[in-house]
Design a binder for this molecule. Structure first.
Ligand code: CU
Length: 139
């Protein structure tokens, strides 16, 4: 029968090891504010079923000040799940919001309002093609 103290020590060591592995491979990297504010304009061009740009790069800790333009005669939406954003974009309107990038990684933004489909330059595009990503690096 092993000493109770040794069993507790072994259990604690396992917990610390699991925590270290989790922190290295799975945990979200958090970071403090950098004080940088990046002005980002995202446009849903008329009958394009595409957000422009489809990639935004920033540093962890930055703030993004979004201006999102809907040029269409029908509604779109923009959702960024990682930062709890979900906004409707009424037809021919511009909306604004800010997010603080408190974590590093790649986070998608996408159209959250079913908006149909069409053919753009001979290629079929749909609501589901309205997707982009925010690449947040932490160095
Ligand atoms: Cu849309």
């Amino acid at each position: 029968m092993p000493n109770k103290f040794i069993v507790i020590l072994a259990a604690a060591a396992v917990l610390v090891a699991v925590g270290a592995v989790y922190g290295k491979f799975f945990a979200v990297e958090r970071c403090p504010p950098t004080g940088v504010i990046r002005e980002i304009t995202v446009t849903a061009k008329k009958d394009g079923w595409r957000f422009t740009p489809e990639e935004i790069q920033a540093d962890c800790g930055d703030k993004l000040a979004f201006t999102v333009v809907n040029e269409d005669e029908y509604d779109h939406g923009i959702a960024i799940d990682a930062f709890a954003i979900s906004r409707r974009m009424p037809k021919e309107s511009t909306i604004e919001f800010e997010i603080s990038l408190t974590k590093a990684g790649e986070f998608p933004y996408y159209c959250s309002v079913p908006c149909g489909e069409g053919v753009v330059d001979g290629v079929k595009r749909t609501h589901f093609d309205m997707i982009g990503r925010i690449k947040v690096k932490n160095d």
